[in-house]
Design a protein around this ligand. Structure first.
Ligand code: ADP
Ligand code: MG
Ligand code: MG
Length: 245
């Protein structure tokens, strides 16, 4: 599904990613770990196509298509979902309405009809039940006064509704309490299927007590210095990152 080959990327002329290779197949969950400042969020941003990053070498290929020069919204329409580290508040726009707009933008870009009110409702019901989200939550204004846990709930709900091919969940290095971790983990476990792939970026081993990744990669100074199975996360928990530097 996603192939990253020898990816190098700069921000403000400073090289941050220094040759990343990654191969992600449908049905897989990959965890990307690594110390603060190792380039985890940069990698997520570059995959999503954020324009402040400059790819200087290498490729990001989604289902055989090179994403080079593709704007973030085009990538989103192709099925890439990046969670928001700093979600915007939109007073007066409900969680539901925001999602409806996002779904219809994607449909329009893919030359499909708008979702009908009936289908939207059905899907909302289905996903809210799956993720155990109170329907009252869905009529609240987007992110307005949301707690950390509610922001995560909203993010996971968006992911469920948009059904991305590749979801990238970049957890901030701070402020994630245990409830928020569990919301993310539960969501990932329930939304994982044979047709999608999920990248979970985390600084914490703790998250991986709840999500069982198929692969774990450790990033250090813009390179993947170690890859392994879920046992690598446990090893990191025990030994920290220093032995890999
Ligand atoms: P992580 O998510 O692993 O903590 P980041 O990808 O956020 O790491 O950052 C990687 C490196 O890039 C850090 O050294 C950081 O200081 C640097 N960096 C990130 N954003 C910018 C920016 N806008 N300008 C300059 N350097 C940046
Ligand atoms: Mg950081
Ligand atoms: Mg980060």
């Amino acid at each position: 599904m996603l192939k990253i080959k020898n990816l190098h990327a700069n921000i403000n002329d400073k090289e941050i990613l220094k040759g990343i290779d990654l191969d992600i197949k449908a049905g897989e969950v990959h965890a990307i770990m690594g110390p603060n400042g190792s380039g985890k969020s940069t990698l997520a941003s570059v995959i999503a196509g954020k324009e402040e990053y400059e790819v200087t070498k290498g490729n990001v290929i989604l289902n055989g298509e090179d994403l080079d020069d593709m704007a973030p919204d085009e990538r989103a329409h192709k099925g890439i979902f990046l969670s928001f580290q700093y979600p915007v508040e939109i007073p007066g726009v409900s969680v539901t309405n925001f999602i409806k707009t996002a779904i219809n933008e994607t449909r329009k870009a893919n030359k499909q009809e708008e979702i009908s009110a009936k289908d939207l409702l059905k899907k909302i019901r289905e996903k809210a039940e799956l993720l155990e989200i109170d329907r009252k939550f869905l009529s609240r204004s987007l992110n307005e006064g949301f707690s950390g846990g509610e922001k995560k709930r909203n993010e996971i709900f968006q992911m469920a509704m948009l059904e991305p091919k590749l979801a990238i969940l970049d957890e901030t290095d701070s402020g994630l309490d245990i409830d928020a971790l569990k919301i993310v983990a539960n969501g990932v476990n329930k939304l994982k299927n044979k047709d999608n792939a999920i990248i979970v970026i985390t600084h914490y081993q703790r998250l991986l007590d709840y999500i069982i990744p198929d692969y774990v990669h450790v990033l250090h100074q813009g390179k993947i210095v170690k890859s392994g199975g879920k046992e690598l996360a446990l090893e990191l928990e025990e030994k920290g990152y220093d032995w890999l530097k």
